[in-house]
Design a protein around this ligand. Structure first.
Ligand code: CO
Length: 288
C-alpha cells in the first residue's frame, strides 16, 4: 500500500513548450509521426523516442519492422487499432491487439521483428522508448504484455475515461505495468466536450501530454493543442486541462529522469560511445 502525501499548496504544472510531431519513415518503410527523437525534442529524460502511427493505407505500414536489435532501454508499444505480431530471437512471440500494451525491457539485448498482422484496415498506435539506468542496461530482457481487458478504465464524474497502463492515478487506479527504475505513469485519457481533467504527478518526474484527437486546453496556454501536438510540462504536481468543443483524447506520460549521459547508436542507447561500439560488435558476432 502506498499513500501519496499531498498538501494544499501543490504547484501546477504548466506548458513549458509545445512540439509538433514530424513525418518520418522507419523500419522497412513505415510512414509514421516522430514526436520525441526529432530536432525539436531529441529526448525528454527518461523518454528517448515517441512515434505515432495511424493509417488505413496498407502501403504505409505493411512492410513493418523486420528483425532488428535493441539494447539498453525499453520499447513500449500501445495499439489503438489493428494487430501487430511480435517475434524475438529468444523464441518469444505474440500478437498485440487493439487496446493492448507491450512493455518490452530490451536491456542487454534482443533481436525482434514487429509486423502488422493485417493486410488492410486501420493501424493506429504508439511506440515509446524508455531509458534504463546504467546499472540495469545489461539486465536480462523481460516483457510485460497486457491485452485491453487487463488495462483498468477509470471513469470520472464528468464522463472522463482514463485507461491506466502504468502507474497509479490520484483516484487510486493502478495500471498493470510496473517499472520501479523510472516509476512511469502512462495514461490514455478521453474527455467529453468541454470537460475538465486534473491529475497529480510525482513532483520531479518529467512529463508530457500528447494529443491523439480533438483539442486540449491548458489553462495557461494561449491556444488549444491538437493532434500531433506534444506539450512538455514544467515540474510541479497538478496537471489541469479541459477539452475543446470536439472533446479530446491524449496520452499523459511521466517518468523519473535518470540524469545520466546518453550515447545513442540507432537501436542501441547506452551511456558511452565505447558501449555503443561494443553493442555493434556483440550484435555482429551473434551475441544477442
Ligand atoms: Co523494435
Amino acid at each position: 500500500m502506498q499513500t501519496q502525501m499531498r498538501n494544499s499548496t501543490s504547484s501546477r504544472r504548466e506548458v513549458s513548450r509545445v512540439v509538433r510531431g514530424m513525418p518520418a519513415t522507419d523500419g522497412a518503410g513505415v510512414e509514421l509521426t516522430r514526436v520525441i527523437a526529432q530536432p525539436a525534442l531529441p529526448m525528454l529524460d527518461p523518454f528517448l523516442l515517441l512515434d505515432a502511427f495511424r493509417s488505413d493505407q496498407p502501403g504505409d505500414y505493411i512492410a513493418g519492422f523486420p528483425p532488428h536489435p535493441h539494447r539498453g532501454f525499453e520499447t513500449v508499444t500501445y495499439l489503438l487499432a489493428g494487430r501487430m505480431r511480435h517475434r524475438d530471437s529468444a523464441g518469444h512471440e505474440g500478437v498485440i491487439e487493439a487496446g493492448g500494451i507491450q512493455w518490452m525491457t530490451a536491456a542487454r539485448g534482443i533481436v525482434h521483428s514487429e509486423m502488422p498482422e493485417q493486410a488492410h484496415g486501420l493501424l493506429e498506435g504508439f511506440q515509446l522508448w524508455v531509458n534504463l539506468p546504467a546499472a540495469h542496461k545489461m539486465d536480462e530482457p523481460a516483457y510485460q504484455e497486457h491485452p485491453a481487458e487487463r488495462i483498468p478504465v477509470e471513469q470520472r464524474d464528468g464522463g472522463q475515461l482514463v485507461r491506466v497502463i502504468a502507474g497509479q492515478t490520484s483516484r487510486g487506479t493502478s495500471g498493470p505495468v510496473h517499472q520501479p527504475l523510472t516509476e512511469p505513469l502512462y495514461l490514455d485519457v478521453s474527455l467529453p466536450a468541454g470537460s475538465r481533467f486534473d491529475e497529480t504527478l510525482p513532483r520531479a518526474h518529467n512529463a508530457f501530454a500528447y494529443v491523439i484527437s480533438g483539442s486540449l486546453v491548458f489553462d495557461d496556454a494561449t491556444s488549444p493543442l491538437v493532434r500531433d501536438d506534444l506539450a512538455v510540462l514544467s515540474h510541479g504536481e497538478r496537471v489541469e486541462v479541459h477539452a475543446g468543443p470536439e472533446g479530446a483524447r491524449f496520452l499523459l506520460v511521466a517518468g523519473r529522469p535518470l540524469n545520466e549521459p546518453v550515447a545513442r547508436g540507432g537501436p542501441f542507447v547506452m551511456n558511452t560511445k565505447a558501449e555503443i561500439r561494443q553493442a555493434h560488435e556483440d550484435y555482429a558476432a551473434g551475441r544477442f
